[in-house]
Design a protein around this ligand. Structure first.
Ligand code: F6R
Length: 239
């Protein structure tokens, strides 16, 4: 794991964008693993700008998002599909048929999870996976616990995560209590990982990552086991 502390959020976003742009130039039909949340908004802005300057194209790119709330409809502004369209997909030449995000209104979410992993496998796995981390060290919605689950699955959100995410909803009661999340397996099978750490309450996760210790009580620490993991940290969030 290579940890780089960036001067601020903008520098972190630019450095992350450089990695994505570089990889997209080399392999225009690559498969990207994408994340939502506050952290990657700056990165997505940089990617949209690079697209507008004709530096990169998304027309042959396949994407798999990490997660989606359950239940939620795609027209809900807090759904992750809405977020992705708003922050990236609607502003670039993405082929809609190549966008994959767990279906938050699937009649059978467990089945949706199994199908999602099959789709990732059929696409040949993820080439470059973006991750944010929760204040409790969660990656995607793999929450701290005694054990983690390898496959994509339906999970309950912890009180801490519901509270952290309530900032986007009208009230805490509106935050869905479940999510469909990629498991640790598909995340780890990605060839390259880029992890961004920014935002309130992330200092503790950063300190934990620095120790090199690995524990399911802080899922981000497992990323030490990946052969190609770059962590970019916004210095302002670890002060
Ligand atoms: C989002 C995701 C989550 C977030 C994490 C950090 O797709 O998988 O794990 O990356 O909750 O969220 P922010 O960036 O809002 O602090």
């Amino acid at each position: 794991m290579k940890i780089t502390v960036c001067e601020n959020y903008d520098e972190m976003s630019e450095k992350a964008a450089e990695i994505f742009i570089d990889n997209l130039k080399k392999a225009p039909s690559m498969t990207l693993g994408l994340a939502t949340g506050s952290t990657p908004i700056g990165l997505y802005k940089n990617l949209v700008n690079a697209y507008k300057k004709s530096e990169i194209s998304f027309k042959s790119v396949t994407t798999f998002n990490l997660d989606e709330y359950v239940p939620i409809t795609p027209d809900n502004e807090q759904s992750y599909i809405y977020f992705m369209k708003d922050n990236l997909f609607n502003h670039v030449d993405m082929d809609e048929s190549k966008i994959n995000i767990p279906n938050g209104q699937a009649a059978d979410p467990e089945k949706e999870a199994v199908e999602y992993d099959k789709k990732i496998e059929a696409a040949g796995g993820i080439d470059l996976q973006l991750l944010g981390v929760g204040p409790n060290g969660h990656i995607a919605f793999n929450e701290p616990g005694e054990y983690l689950i390898s496959a994509t699955h339906v999970t309950g959100l912890t009180e801490k995560t519901i509270k952290a995410n309530s900032r986007f909803f009208a009230s805490i009661d509106d935050v869905p209590k479940h999510a469909l999340t990629m498991g640790i397996g598909p995340i780890f099978s990605a060839k390259k990982l880029v992890v961004l750490i920014s935002g309130n309450g992330k200092k503790e996760v950063y300190e934990m990552l620095k120790t090199g210790k690995i524990t399911t009580q802080c899922p981000a620490t497992l990323l030490h086991l990946h052969a190609d993991c770059t962590v970019l940290v916004d210095k302002d969030s670890i002060k």
